[in-house]
Design a protein around this ligand. Structure first.
Ligand SMILES: Nc1ncnc2c1ncn2[C@@H]1O[C@H](COP(=O)(O)OP(=O)(O)OP(=O)(O)O)[C@@H](O)[C@H]1O
Length: 228
């Protein structure tokens, strides 16, 4: 389980997170939702060690990762798909996936189960990442993040810029993945959140204002909190 307790974060002198508590467990898709600019991306960057976090605690299966550098956190078992996916457009699909294996040097070949989850990637192994469609690039980014068997997969807005039919395909994929790892996802597309997530955290101005099982959440209140 990934557990954040009272995490604060700041950019220069300005505080953005004010004591965030989140738990993400294997077997569940946990969603972090909220309006633009409330601190969702900063929260996942805090988990990866990419922003300044003056106080709080972050543990993965009880191990304290709060002070670790980013590469060590990845190695401890966190797969991260950043907003915008950040695949390498000039590298092939194979090379992009192999980069994800750097976190776990014991794995030398792309394991076959990756192609069972993403058959299209096997077909396109020698294509450049930049030549894939947005949905295929998202699949590639997820494949790269899970190839080293992380304990947690973190996705920052996986549906952004992806056409609706492919969004649901990605929903089915991460629903399969939650059997093997905890999934923590930042997402703005409410219909998708309500369909695929098991647990939800709603953020406002750097604080969690509402949380619980997705099925138990007051949907009207949730919509109000997310309305522009
Ligand atoms: N590199 C940065 N330097 C300074 N301030 C930043 C930086 N990145 C984000 N912020 C500020 O921190 C706050 C939270 O931003 P963050 O990107 O975490 O929000 P978000 O909820 O993920 O928004 P979005 O949905 O638009 O991605 C915002 O006020 C933003 O302007």
């Amino acid at each position: 389980m990934l557990a954040l307790e009272q995490v604060t974060a700041s950019y220069g002198g300005s505080r953005v997170l004010f004591g965030v508590d989140i738990k993400a467990k294997k077997g569940e898709i946990t969603c972090l939702v909220g309006r633009n600019g409330v601190g969702k991306t900063t929260t996942v960057k805090s988990i990866m060690g990419l922003v300044n976090t003056p106080s709080g605690s972050i543990t993965l299966d009880g191990k304290n990762i709060f002070k670790m550098p980013t590469y060590a956190r990845a190695k401890t078992g966190i797969g991260y798909v950043p907003q915008g996916r950040e695949i390498f457009p000039q590298l092939t699909v194979r090379e992009n996936i192999l980069l994800g294996m750097e976190a776990n040097k014991k794995v030398r070949e792309i394991p076959e189960h990756i192609f069972e989850i993403f058959p299209i990637l096997k077909e396109f192994l020698d294509r450049k990442g930049g030549d894939l469609s947005g949905g295929q690039q998202q699949q590639l980014a997820i494949a790269r993040a899970i190839v080293s068997n992380p304990k947690v997969l973190i996705l920052d807005e996986p549906t952004e810029g992806i056409q609706p039919s492919v969004i649901w395909e990605i929903g089915r994929t991460i629903t399969k993945l939650k059997e093997y790892m905890a999934v923590l996802m930042v997402e703005q597309y409410l219909e998708f959140v309500l369909e695929v997530s098991d647990k939800c955290y709603v953020m406002e101005k750097g604080r969690i204002q509402m949380s619980g099982k997705t099925e138990d959440l007051d949907k009207k209140k949730l919509q109000e909190m997310l309305a522009m």
